[in-house]
Ligand binder design. Structure first.
Ligand SMILES: Nc1ncnc2c1ncn2[C@@H]1O[C@H](COP(=O)(O)OP(=O)(O)OP(=O)(O)O)[C@@H](O)[C@H]1O
Length: 222
């Protein structure tokens, strides 16, 4: 379903061109969890940005269900991403002044009716395992693990086929990291979502179906 072909990313660094992602070929099937690992600066976030249509490759292509993301008109790409991809960040990107419920409700109301999840905000928050008594709590009063659950509930709003997560456990302790990885595993199994996770922690990545290790922008092993 997601296919990257010969993806390269070069950036200008003074007078020189720096290759930060080099000739990546990758496929992610429906219901598969893939972890992208590698040392700091190996190109993990850059690759995730390209796979999720946030960043553009210098050469190569990324297709999702046979649609080449980089052939989609600029004006339609954001909508395409919203309909098909859920994104989860290390720092949760929640609205701190709003409750867990409101952080899911607001984007759900803004989502197109066609692709909007049939589940209510409460059902989505229950699905990710947020305690019932925390649902109306302001997210700034929630723990890191609880905030990440809210951000995963928000990523499910449009019933995406695939969830991209950039270091989703980066700000969490070991136990919470395992809990979040188990949640991703459950979403994959029960909802048949594909999940692509960037993590520098190979131990955390062990729950994935497949681990890709980047080394200076190239796939070292799968
Ligand atoms: N726009 C840019 N201009 C110059 N260099 C860049 C640019 N974007 C990324 N880089 C460099 O490319 C390399 C890969 O960056 P990237 O953030 O993808 O790595 P990463 O593996 O996610 O690192 P980390 O684990 O530390 O977050 C880094 O050395 C980074 O400094």
């Amino acid at each position: 379903m997601l296919k990257a072909k010969n993806v390269c990313k070069q950036v200008k660094c003074g007078n020189e061109k720096l290759t930060i992602v080099h000739d990546i070929n990758l496929e992610v099937s429906q219901g598969e969890m893939v972890a992208i690992c590698g040392h700091s600066g190996s190109g993990k976030s850059t690759l995730l940005g390209i796979l999720s249509g946030i960043d553009t490759p210098t050469t190569g292509e990324v297709c999702y269900n046979d649609v080449n993301l980089y052939n989609v008109k600029e004006s339609e790409l954001a909508q395409f991403r919203n309909r098909n991809f859920g994104i989860v960040f290390q720092n949760y990107n929640l609205i701190k002044e709003l409750s867990a419920f409101e952080n899911v409700e607001v984007p759900l109301l803004l989502a197109s009716k066609k692709s909007r999840n049939k589940k209510s905000p409460v059902e989505l928050l229950e699905l990710v395992g947020l305690d019932k008594e925390k649902i109306n709590t302001k997210v700034s009063y929630l723990s890191g693990g609880e905030q990440q659950k809210v951000s995963i509930a928000r990523a499910l709003i449009q019933e995406p086929g695939i969830i991209f997560a950039d270091e989703p456990t980066g700000a969490l302790d070991y136990d919470n990291s395992c809990m979040i990885m188990e949640l991703f595993l459950r979403i994959k199994k029960e909802l048949n979502k594909s999940i692509v996770i960037v993590t520098h922690d190979e131990e955390i990545a062990r729950v994935a179906d497949r681990k890709i290790i980047l080394n200076y922008g190239e796939i070292q092993s799968t």
